[in-house]
Write a protein that binds this ligand. Sequence first.
Ligand code: SAM
Length: 411
Amino acid sequence: MNERDRVALDLESVPGIDGSVPGLDAITMRPETKGADMSDARTMMQDDPAATRARRDALSEKILAATTGAMEMFSIYLGDRLGLYEVLAQDGPLSSLQLARRTGTAERYIREWLEHQAVAGLLAVDDPRADAVHRRYSIPPGHEDVLANPESVHYLAPLAQLLAGVVKPLPSLVDAYRSGAGVPYADYGIDTVEGQGRINRSTFLNQLGPVWLASMPDLERRLRRPGATIADLGCGVGWSTIAMAAHYPEATVHGLDTDAPSIALARSNALSHGGGAAADRLEFRVADAGSADAEGQYDLVTAFECIHDMADPVSALATMHRLLKPGGTALVIDERVARSFLGDEGELDGLMYGWSILHCLPVGLHGHASAGTGTVMRPATLERYAKEAGFTRMDILPIEAGFFRVYRLYP
Ligand SMILES: C[S@@+](CC[C@H](N)C(=O)[O-])C[C@H]1O[C@@H](n2cnc3c(N)ncnc32)[C@H](O)[C@@H]1O
């Protein structure tokens, strides 16, 4: 077997989009019945009151824990957006009054927030028995990278901003679920745009060029030549585009996205990152991936975490195909979901279905004759789209990319 996990583009040989779909019983019985004989499990559910009670209690605990967890995420939103973690990281330990003064916030709110953070195990308190206004709080060792270090690949505070963004249009979502209509990306607001950019920023800046792209020696050689060109479709606020320009000093890199606020942020990110060192080789424009021109002009065409959001993923992939120079490379990076519904590698699927039901599917359904893909785009689904778009082969590259899977498509 060669070093890649090669996937033949033979649609007869692959399962349907989600493989076979078990009945509702299988879903409600998970995880106890995962991999178990379904008839045994059904018997167990009907005949064993103790097991039923245990399942009821486990679900109650799960829901209570999830509610506490949701509150913690929105408390992280406050700490992140108000700069509380940043100031604690720089100047902690601090009392509520000190933190409020340094961040221009109201002491009573900050005191409550700090107490919550300590109870939740997010912050440390120096003396819990001290008077409430004199207690001092700090970020414990190990938590700073996650809460307050935008350069770290462990930085997760922006997930709270993304979460706040995807629930912003909940009332419209309720209507959309009834009507079947989509929800425009713009309705999710700036928290979604910024949260998406910030959660991927450090990974793209630290790993996309030096680790992921560098693992393809042919691509690396080609993109280091003078005159190399890269197009980044669905670039969002531009961190992948900027990362590729930084990694390939001879390359001109074009980012495009349909969302105007994202492109405005991408332009300002290009000017501010590294003192704008690569800004003259970067160009961003508002455009639909399906209609991008410049046929045959790019050595590399990329689409990161966006094909599953697109109403018409096949036309975006057809654009990728069309934009390539002879011998050029198309790369798609998307979520590392299981290959089939309730598949064995499905540890990420719960998270990804969460983004899907709230954001990616409704956004993707906003458009004429949408494919309705959703976040949980299985490799077989992408493979089918790629073939319809004119590609002949899709490889899954053996790159450890966290939440992502890296696909290389061949014209
Ligand atoms: C989840 S974000 C990913 C952004 C960025 N690539 C990243 O990885 O952070 C999906 C992006 O796809 C963009 N998008 C959706 N449909 C598009 C289309 N047809 N053409 C271009 N961009 C599109 C959205 O505006 C959004 O910025």
